[in-house]
Write a protein that binds this ligand. Sequence first.
Ligand code: ZN
Length: 261
Amino acid sequence: MGWLTSLARGLGLGGRALRPEIPDPLWAALLRQYPFVGWRSLTDQQQLRALCVEFLAHKEFFGVRGFVVSDPIALAVAAQACLPVLHLGLKAYSGFVGIVMHEGPVRAQREWVDDTGLVHIWQEELVGEAVGDGPVMLSWHEGAAPSATQGPAAFNVVIHEFVHILDSLDGELDGTPPMPRALRRGWQASLQLAFDRFDERSACGYSSVLDDYGSQDVAEFFAVSSEAFFTMPWAFQQEQPDLYRLYADFYRQDPASYPAP
Ligand SMILES: [Zn+2]
């Protein structure tokens, strides 16, 4: 356990509830390693840093099979997780406490019974998972680490899983998170249209700023396109201008308004 995470859990100083301070060098390293945080305005960065302090104070990290969740790792997860709720608030994440971290991907056994009663069993490799009110599972090297987030298409496992949490706050993982009624009116139709277009485009082999995984279903498309909204907003705005506007209203952020680095 790192210093930030141990302080966050009130250990060390008589068990008093403490807010961990994020040391300046640690924050500076985060801004360098995750450019989509680094190119944000100072105001955004200060708000994000304050949210990270709250996040670290209320969440518990567990490293699996000897994986040590150091301070830079805990902070990297906190910052990426807090980006989608920068202007929505941390309350959205109050349904769970634990974040389980693996060094690499995890093999999970899946089971599905078809209409004829035949049981299909297969192995799946996961780099992240968020289910209901259970702990969030993340892989460091293939998921949350800086090197995992750099590629031609947007890829960010932490944002992806935390967007699933937002999405499922109303009990359904369907690409429509709880939102003000005025916004909700056009949401499903716009998202479905963008999803259908993306599905056609990826079937025809067009390149996209969105990861192919988004063609699974609308919920995955919402998570995958949100990754692009936060980490490659200029390209995303160009490719999906309507969806960009919709997300800017929902997340109350306009990341493409910053000068591209
Ligand atoms: Zn997903």
